[in-house]
Design a binder for this molecule. Sequence first.
Ligand code: PLP
Length: 408
Amino acid sequence: MIRANDNYSKLKASYLFSDIAKRVDEYQLKNPEAQIIRLGIGDVTRALAPAVIKGFHEGVDEMARDATFRGYGPEQGYDFLRDQIAKNDFQDRGADISADEIFVSDGAKCDTGNFQELFAKDITMAIPDPVYPAYLDTNVMAGRTGEFEGGRYGGIVYMDCLKENNFLPKLPDEKVDLIYLCFPNNPTGSTATKEELKVWVDYARENKALILFDAAYESFIRDEALPKTIYEIEGARQVAVEFRSFSKTAGFTGTRCAFTIVPKDCMIFNSKEDKVSLHAMWNRRHSTKFNGVSYPVQKAAQAVYSEEGKAQVRDQIAYYLNNADIIRKTVEFLGFDYVGGKNSPYIWIDGKDRDSWDFFDLLLSRASVVCTPGAGFGRCGKQYIRISAFNSLENVTEAMDRLKGALQ
Ligand code: PLP
């Protein structure tokens, strides 16, 4: 008899964004005239930069001629891309990362979700609340949690990120083996300083733990003092893996290209407590289950690092950050507390006594604006909503005017 993985039945029935889509569809059906503005899902709206399109086209043209055609490429990514990543994103910032420590992939969602395969079933994990859901759900699927009760899975050490702690997780009281961190954060938009990250790196070193650091939004950091990579922190090479993506950096959500950094001196421990190379394990996993990102897409990603590419991508980020400024100012004007939006495309708004789904319904019914209810990211999000800056300037301005009208 073919039997199912029972862990899947522990997962909450539906995905947050399908619940949102259902409510929005119902609203549109009842209000066919309503011009809905979507500031919910974190998807980019601007076209790929001209330099990126040029690189993409060159890649496609090469595939059209036998002399330059490419079949399977290296699973870890082409050197032309890995070299650019190592230099521009790490070495130029003083972070000691080499090209062969970079694994190019088709998304940070897959990488953050797949990485847990390398760890034993009975490790203790610390996961922030609120959180990007993929970290949690993939561990549920793998059988590392108990049942979902009272808004939380058994067996996980949740790290509450609340106003009281500046939306930064505190070191857990009990000893943990694996720590998920994400800065700039999705959903809160909060950031961490070098000193704040150092506390985690030191903890991991002292406790033989590992940090999985998601830096998918690093390109939104405009405060020069903030770290863009965990490898700016001394000692991080031994205890941290970092996930990056071109999705939000360069508008690749539909094009698909990302990368994961696994330093060669990052060691974990087998059941005999012998050291095992995480780099060797991930290399084995990646080359067994993945066959590389398509050549034209890697050419497009390489173009992000050309002089024009850098300038054009910087302009795109500035465009979204300008939207974030408009949202922040409106939220301030309306008297709400919030975090994020300064070095992040997300603004996390405190609805005070309002439940996050009620707040969501209020914005939809009174302003035809879609946000994301914080409860979808964890129990600590139940009085928050997330507004995303990923939309056109016109739509963001219109949405904020409507909010002023609806909530003042
Ligand atoms: N990590 C975080 C924190 C995200 O918010 C997202 C996407 O929204 C991802 C990873 C996924 O990125 P990708 O498009 O590379 O799969």
